[in-house]
Design a protein around this ligand. Structure first.
Ligand SMILES: Cc1ncc(COP(=O)(O)O)c(C=O)c1O
Length: 318
């Protein structure tokens, strides 16, 4: 098996903690602690992706996401540390409210192109077209799809399972629960669990794509990775559970009832959850697992995203 190389970016292993919320104990894997500026789940993927970009002698990295994309911010900062600039193709529009991840992207010098939703639906084509124009000028752009979710990037979450296995007997665990956007985090965990012959459920709380689309994305990434790297394992699609209905307000919004839970959680545990991903995923985890007394059999993964809070200060202060 030809395993991919990585550069070191993430502060790992991240802690697996037992905490108490609302009078009940539960397990939380602190992937918000993979770093500070370079924080959250994206850093694990970027370790592999940037090693590849370096090997391919990229002059610039193109990537995409919402205007408060954590992935775009982590890519910009990480790429900067190895001397590569980024161009970001962001769903949103230029406005005077430059805060959170967008602020950091600007501060670290990313070039930004804003796209409306219709244009963003074709973002991969747009990035590849620009890559072609740059090639004519002998400049090599490395195109990284949304969320860093490629069959290479998901190695970050294949190895996450090995890391977790050293922290707890995963045979005693029913599921691992995390927010799911582009699907790479869940796909990596599925492959990692299959390689370790673990019959554990990966519960993905969809915040961006609908259940059908996300299921397809995750399974394609997982199967694609098995094929690309000739891995000796098989995915059981039943081990993927999409916990649907927790982002009905839309990816860029969050309901006041979720903010209320986020604030109660912050007050009791000291931990902060973000509006786009972990606030929604934790609401799902709370209702389905924690509140029903299953918090110690099902691990919640805090995937980070905290800079997003600063784009929502008004809602958080209500
Ligand atoms: C904080 C946070 N959590 C979860 C996710 C979802 O990860 P994935 O895109 O791998 O599904 C993201 C991705 O953007 C994120 O920024």
């Amino acid at each position: 098996m030809n395993l991919p190389h990585k550069i070191l970016l993430a502060q790992i292993p991240t802690p697996l903690n037992e905490m108490n919320f609302d009078g009940k104990n539960f397990l939380i894997k602190r992937d918000d602690l993979t770093g500070c500026e370079l924080s959250g789940n994206k850093v694990r993927k970027l370790e592999y992706i940037l090693a590849d970009a370096k090997r391919k002698k990229a002059d610039i990295i193109f990537t995409c996401g919402g205007d408060q994309s954590n992935h775009a911010r982590a890519t910009t900062i990480a790429a900067k540390t190895i001397g590569i600039n980024t161009k970001l193709f962001l769903w949103g529009k230029e406005n005077s409210n430059i805060n959170g991840n967008l602020f950091l992207n600007k501060m670290y010098g990313a070039e930004i192109k804003y796209l409306n939703k219709e244009q963003y639906d074709k973002v991969n084509e747009i990035m590849f077209d620009e890559r072609l124009s740059l090639l004519k000028k002998k400049k090599n752009a490395y195109v990284l799809p949304e969320g860093g979710s490629t069959t290479l990037g998901i190695w970050g979450y294949i190895n996450f399972i090995d890391e977790l296995k050293k922290q707890i007997n995963l045979k005693s665990i029913d599921s691992i629960v995390a927010a799911s956007g582009s699907g790479g985090t869940a796909a990596g965990m599925l492959v990692g669990a299959a390689l370790n012959k673990l019959d554990i459920k990966v519960v993905a709380v969809n915040v961006l794509y609908n259940k059908e689309e996300l299921t397809k994305k995750i399974l394609q990434l997982a199967e694609g990775c098995i094929l690309d790297y000739k891995l000796n394992c098989k995915i059981n699609p039943e081990n993927l559970v999409i916990l649907d209905g927790y982002s009905k307000e839309g990816y860029k919004n969050i309901t006041q009832s979720k903010i209320k839970l986020i604030k109660k959680f912050a007050a009791e545990t000291g931990l902060l959850l973000d509006p786009a991903y972990t606030g929604k995923a934790f609401t799902a985890y709370y209702e389905k697992f924690l509140n029903t007394g299953k918090g110690k059999k099902n691990i919640f993964v805090h995937t980070g995203g905290l800079f997003g809070v600063f784009s929502r200060t008004k809602e958080y202060l209500v």
